[in-house]
Design a protein around this ligand. Structure first.
Ligand SMILES: Nc1nc2c(ncn2[C@@H]2O[C@H](COP(=O)(O)OP(=O)(O)OP(=O)(O)O)[C@@H](O)[C@H]2O)c(=O)[nH]1
Ligand SMILES: [Mg+2]
Length: 301
């Protein structure tokens, strides 16, 4: 019997590590086998998905809103509605990571709770990559957006410190800015101030005409509009009356903007648990969920 054994030489595998894979979001270099970008923590799979032969033209959308604005609830419901409906826009999630947000949000809502706060750590954020078909035009488009933490975003707007956030916002083709109707109804000026700060921040990105935010479409979405019938029925005049600072700025500086009312819950139960306010959805009754995205898609043509 021979004492010789044959061992496979795997050193050629190391050659892969000599070539960096650029992240789709921030263009930072990464190892080919990394799951998330080591700079901005976006899934590296996005890079492969937007360049494979299945890919159609893809746009990144910025989703901006302060903490508790209703981003996670809205985005989870949006992905779920788009993936189920057959008449208007239909969406297919690209990559298993794109189903996570939808799955988590629907699971918490069906257990009659709202989703927990999004972690401030970017490595825990859910990213969505949707391939959307509009049956009327049979056009296909891909939208990519993260569900970011409102607290992290508020910090970013106040300090404007992160080059990665700037790189991400520069690459976005449009934005959805969320305003909390419940807070507006309570006379709280935070939603108005946050949206005005976000517009000022975006306005600072100069560059070529196509890159300037004044020319990009921005949808202002009043979340929790189950709290005000007026907001749901006439969101533009609601904005003029209740968030006048933002309304004037949007009309004066943006070429393409629109206002929408959306809600995920039909009715909520507001409690106080250990001195902290808590809200539970009594009924899941999504309204106006797809309209902001349908409008954005039309603007992106
Ligand atoms: N009435 C009503 N309340 C809602 C609705 N959607 C969300 N909420 C309330 O808003 C809270 C925050 O919702 P989230 O979706 O977690 O908000 P968020 O913007 O993701 O918050 P952060 O992750 O902290 O940035 C929930 O806990 C609910 O109390 C809605 O459609 N109607
Ligand atoms: Mg959230």
């Amino acid at each position: 019997m021979s004492r010789l054994v044959s061992a496979q030489l795997d050193s050629y595998e190391l050659a892969h590590y000599a070539v960096e894979v650029p992240c789709f979001v921030c263009d930072g270099g990464n190892r080919h086998d990394a799951e998330r970008c080591r700079h901005c923590y976006a899934p590296l799979a996005l890079r492969y998905q937007v360049t494979d032969k299945l890919a159609k033209s893809s746009d990144m959308i910025a989703i901006l809103g302060p903490r508790d604005a209703g981003k996670t609830s809205y985005l989870g419901m949006l992905c779920d509605t788009l993936s189920r409906q057959s008449e208007s826009c239909q969406a297919i999630s690209r990559g298993a990571f794109s189903v996570m947000l939808q799955q988590r949000v629907i699971a918490t809502l069906t257990s009659q709770q709202f989703p927990p706060h999004t972690s401030e750590e970017a490595e825990n954020w859910h990213w969505n990559h949707l391939s959307i078909t509009e049956p009327s035009s049979r056009r296909q488009r891909e939208l990519i957006f993260p569900d970011m933490s409102g607290a992290a975003m508020e910090r970013e707007l106040d300090h404007q410190a992160s080059p990665i956030t700037r790189a991400y916002l520069k690459k976005c083709s449009g934005a959805i800015i969320l305003l909390d109707t419940q807070r507006i109804e309570q006379g709280d000026p935070v939603p108005d101030f946050f949206a005005m700060k976000a517009l000022s921040y975006l306005g600072e990105f100069g560059g070529k005409r196509r890159e300037a935010w004044a020319n990009k479409p921005i949808a202002f979405v009043f979340t929790k509009s189950d709290q005000s019938q007026a907001c749901f029925e006439a969101p533009r005049s609601y904005a003029e009356t209740h968030v006048p600072g933002l309304y004037r700025r949007a009309v004066a500086t943006l070429k393409r903007s629109e206002f929408f009312g959306v809600s995920v819950a039909g009715a909520t139960l507001n409690l106080e648990v250990d001195g902290a306010p808590m809200s539970l959805p009594l009924r899941i009754e999504p309204r106006g969920i797809c309209e902001p995205v349908t409008w954005l898609l039309k603007q992106l043509r």
